[in-house]
Design a protein around this ligand. Structure first.
Ligand code: NAD
Length: 297
């Protein structure tokens, strides 16, 4: 299939590489020339602008952009995809953005004959490189069925979450819970160690007791408890604190728009904002434990 791909950053670049590896023909665009050149070297062609991608023979266009504002720029307006794409061309936005913007863009696309899915991912850059991402997909069932073979070139778990925007809803809800559970794990680990428990022993007890969660048993934030997680390597790699802060902003904005309380989410957002202001935004999100311990390793 001929696919257009816009947004070749930390996630988009490895995803595009996997589409090439699977034998698809790719036309790519990014504001960053080196990002484009790396894909061209791997076999993609580079038409030069969003409008050129829209006018290329691509039957499907995938976008992987930083945030809602970038998605609006790329899809809407005179130089946007929707103004230039042929009816029938399918669109998939894999950026993490707020559900209401996703629904707004999808409705405009559908109205002019371009079926659109929101398909945010989890799995990070490692999952993107390995082609094992989880895709949370919102949109029509028939469009989901149509996109499945392409998404399977980049991911392992592809979940249809319901109508347009629901992929973003699932992503926002999951990351809200993840942020809160990570902070709670950090708080409990810090308290237990301060009271005299060995951190590994404490984690072992929690992980066979009712406090167990992904943050405690797969990604424990306390240094020395687990190997091969960011807390074992000075919180490098992984999922950046600023990306978690961004997702908490999406959750609180979605909550505002729907009039729902997110009490712990608001507190989590404030904690990640404080952490970011201290200059730690690039550290993995499990480094939030530093707010409790001050540990540097
Ligand atoms: P990134 O900042 O590394 O890449 C975004 C790319 O989009 C950049 O190369 C940028 O030049 C390009 N871009 C921005 N505006 C553009 C425009 N108008 N036209 C063309 N290109 C444009 O971001 P990322 O880490 O690849 O993340 C992409 C999305 O995936 C985000 O929404 C993020 O929240 C989400 N996400 C990231 C991770 C992760 O671990 N990095 C995990 C899950 C989800």
């Amino acid at each position: 299939m001929h696919i257009g791909f816009i947004g070749l950053g930390n996630m988009g670049s490895p995803m595009a590489h996997n589409l090439l590896k699977a034998g698809h023909q790719l036309s790519v665009f990014d504001l960053s020339q080196p990002a484009v050149e790396a894909l061209v070297e791997a076999g993609a062609n580079a038409p030069g602008s969003v409008v050129d991608i829209a006018r290329s023979p691509a039957e499907l266009i995938i976008t992987m952009l930083p945030a809602s504002a970038h998605v609006k720029t790329v899809y809407l307006g005179e130089q946007g995809l929707l103004a230039h794409v042929q009816p029938g061309v399918r669109l998939i936005d894999s950026s993490t953005i707020d559900p209401l913007t996703a629904r707004e863009v999808e409705a405009l696309a559908r109205a002019q004959g371009n079926p659109m899915l929101d398909a945010p991912v989890s799995g990070g850059t490692t999952g993107a490189a390995a082609g094992t991402l989880t895709f949370m997909v919102g949109g029509e069932q028939s469009d989901f069925d149509n996109a499945l073979p392409v998404l399977q070139c980049m991911g392992k778990n592809i979940v249809h979450c319901g109508p347009a925007g629901n992929g973003q809803v699932a992503k926002v809800a999951n990351n809200l819970l993840l942020a809160i559970s990570m902070i709670a794990t950090a708080e409990a680990m810090n308290l237990g160690v301060a009271l005299g428990m060995d951190p590994k022993l404490l984690a072992g007890v929690i992980n066979t007791s009712s406090g167990r969660c992904w943050s405690s048993d797969t990604y424990n934030p306390y240094p020395g408890v687990m190997d091969n997680v960011p807390s074992a390597r000075g919180y490098s790699g992984g999922f950046g604190s600023d990306l978690m802060l961004k997702d908490l902003g999406l959750a609180s904005e979605a909550a505002r728009q729907t009039g729902q309380p997110v009490l712990l989410g608001a507190l989590a957002q404030q904690l990640y904002q404080t952490f970011s202001n201290q200059g730690h935004g690039n550290l993995d999100f499990s480094a939030i434990i530093k707010l409790y311990t001050g540990v540097s390793e």
